[in-house]
Design a protein around this ligand. Structure first.
Ligand code: ADE
Ligand code: ZN
Length: 334
């Protein structure tokens, strides 16, 4: 089963680049940028990765991101992620970054977006991974700050696939960012949003109706709202789920309690993703394997999850067709 899952062609649609910062790389960047760390060793860092909820994670995650300073750092971070997931069968990666985490500290927007984009381009040519970049607004910050960030991004419009919304969910509903998402849509950007991770189903309605999100990131709390489930099925709105993340942040007590299989069986376009793999104990391949074991997924379930990942990806018709054909061929041969 492990070999089948690792080789299964798939798209990853929910990964925060800052969440791929492995402790070893954190130490290396702290050293070369002369940034003090409050940890003495990789083991001390790993011991600190015990979270009680989303906020307890975010506090440590924003701390860790402080070692990222130069364009080269953003290149190295992104390329290291691509090198890892090429071994997990990832053929397409739509990756998130949080510019405000960096521009707040005086890092130029240009350094962030150029470093990441150069790595994605190298990933296309050297690793044959198709990719797209999604800029997320931090929802704990103001709508004005999101506007300023969009203004900074517009000169790099052609490097960006779309915009998203992340960080502390509860108390920061989608409606807070109504205007900035409208402006992003007018600029031709595709919209995704974290919703229903810790926040209520109303936030998922808001992501769809107010922000016009094409995909919902997490969306696990959709299960509490029967009308919402009907809508998600009828409109085939994908949910980008992250099972290991949800257990680490105590959204579900254990993986056996996760609703991924129930929602898949109800006809939702569920996908499997990693969120912040350096913090949550696994990349996308480990997420597939962990849910497969805990929820007793069949081969057909796994193939459907991979199919959903390509159907939910922001791909041109021809590229989608090629990936789906590759997937069908793989499943037929194994
Ligand atoms: N930023 C990074 N990971 C996140 C998550 N799981 N939820 C919200 N914001 C995030
Ligand atoms: Zn996320």
């Amino acid at each position: 089963m492990e070999a089948f899952v690792r080789g299964l062609p798939k798209a990853e649609l929910h990964v925060h680049l800052e969440g791929t910062l492995e402790p070893e790389m954190m130490f290396e960047m702290a050293r070369r940028n002369r940034v003090p760390l409050r940890f003495g060793s990789v083991e001390e860092v790993q011991a600190a990765y015990e979270f009680s909820d989303l906020q307890s994670f975010l506090d440590i995650y924003y701390d860790g991101a402080e070692v990222l300073r130069t364009e080269q750092d953003f290149f190295d971070l992104t390329y290291a992620y691509l090198e890892k997931v090429v071994r997990d069968g990832v053929r397409r990666a739509e990756v998130f970054f949080d510019p405000q985490t960096h521009t707040e500290r005086g890092i130029p927007f240009e350094a962030v977006v150029s470093g990441i984009s150069r790595a994605l381009a190298a990933g296309r040519t050297k690793l044959d991974i198709s990719s797209g970049l999604i800029m997320c607004f931090l929802r704990h910050m103001s709508a004005e700050s999101a506007h300023e960030t969009l203004e900074q991004a517009l000169p790099y419009r052609e490097l960006l696939l779309g915009v998203g919304l992340d960080s502390s969910e509860v108390g920061n509903p989608p409606e807070k960012f109504d205007a900035v998402f409208a402006q992003a849509r007018r600029a031709g950007m595709l919209v995704v949003a974290h919703a229903g991770e810790e926040g209520p189903p109303e936030y998922i309605w808001g992501a769809l109706d107010t922000l016009h999100a094409r995909r919902v990131d997490h969306g696990v709390r959709s299960e509490e709202d029967a009308d919402l489930l009907i809508r998600l099925v009828e409109e085939r709105v994908p949910l980008t789920m992250c099972p290991l993340s949800n257990v680490k942040l105590r959204v579900f007590p254990t993986l056996n309690d996760h609703n991924l299989k129930r929602l898949l069986d109800r006809g939702l376009v569920v996908t499997v993703n990693s969120d912040d793999p350096a913090y949550f104990g696994g990349y996308v391949g480990e997420n597939y394997l962990a849910v497969a074991r805990a929820l007793k997924l069949s081969r057909d379930d796994l193939a459907l999850l991979a199919r959903n990942s390509f159907e939910a990806a922001f791909l041109r018709v021809e590229e989608r067709r090629v990936f789906l054909a590759e997937l069908d061929e793989y499943v037929a041969a194994h």
